[in-house]
Design a protein around this ligand. Sequence first.
Ligand code: GTP
Length: 304
Amino acid sequence: MAEDTRAGFVALIGEPNAGKSTLLNRMVGAKVSIVTHKVQTTRTRIRGVALEGPAQIVFVDTPGLFRPRRRLDRAMVAAAWSGAADADVVVLMVEAHRGLTEGVQAILDGLGDKVPAGQTVALAINKIDRVKAEALLALSQKLNAAHPFAATFMISAERGHGVDDLRRWLAEQLPVGPWLYPEDQIADLPLRMIAAEMTREKLTLRLHQELPYELTVETEAWEDRPDGSVRIDQIVYVARDGHKGIVLGHGGETIKAVGQSARAEIAAFLDRTVHLFITIKVRPKWLEEPERYGEMGLDFRDGN
Ligand SMILES: Nc1nc2c(ncn2[C@@H]2O[C@H](COP(=O)(O)OP(=O)(O)OP(=O)(O)O)[C@@H](O)[C@H]2O)c(=O)[nH]1
């Protein structure tokens, strides 16, 4: 019944590598945000939608709240905080084995400053598989003394411990109201963005340290074909000619390998045949172009 439904936004915040994407993937049950061993890979505010009984939980996966230096970094941090402030519930993820680091302290300070008083903030101590139970209790007490959390969860996003409890609790916190997305649209909602993130992830894995910082992937066209397959055209934007060479690789072998593995992953995710076409474009000024920020779910003005 419509009166019984609940819906709202949940923002996951935490230091880079805290496990936000892993938790999001587990909650949503599909790969919607990239997970790699590298930090600061999440550049978009990708949303995943989880259903829990009559509740629709829309997750905002925020970029890591690291110290901003460049314009893009500043835009990402501003996006993370505004995502948190707009959300119905904020979940701060802290790594069990790292504890109350300087970075966590900076986020706690930000919670006091940038998030409206009275907003529901929960603490999720993640990676509990890496520490002993006694250490967890002490850490929970210390963090709760630093901020009045509405609830504390001990979880392992990777193994799934505590994740169902957290999702149930989140569902109960959301306001009563109609769902934000119709059920049949949930799956397609961020498909273009997911496909772009998958290609970006393959580039990250393939290029390691060589990966140009000023690089972004966009899905330009998406054509569903009558035979059930899909043609996806993507553009990799780089800032310099030299970067184009890095992404292409010797005789084009890097981009070819990236395209093959991205195509396979997108096809597995969509469960259909995918024809993927990737073009590399040099846009010296892309970091200053408002449209590129919009594509990443960021507000260009926040970078000022
Ligand atoms: N041992 C252990 N590792 C975990 C757990 N959850 C996540 N990880 C690992 O921690 C690393 C970072 O996880 P991500 O989900 O990418 O972290 P993130 O917070 O989204 O990182 P950014 O995108 O950089 O903000 C990955 O290697 C995960 O496999 C956990 O519960 N236990």
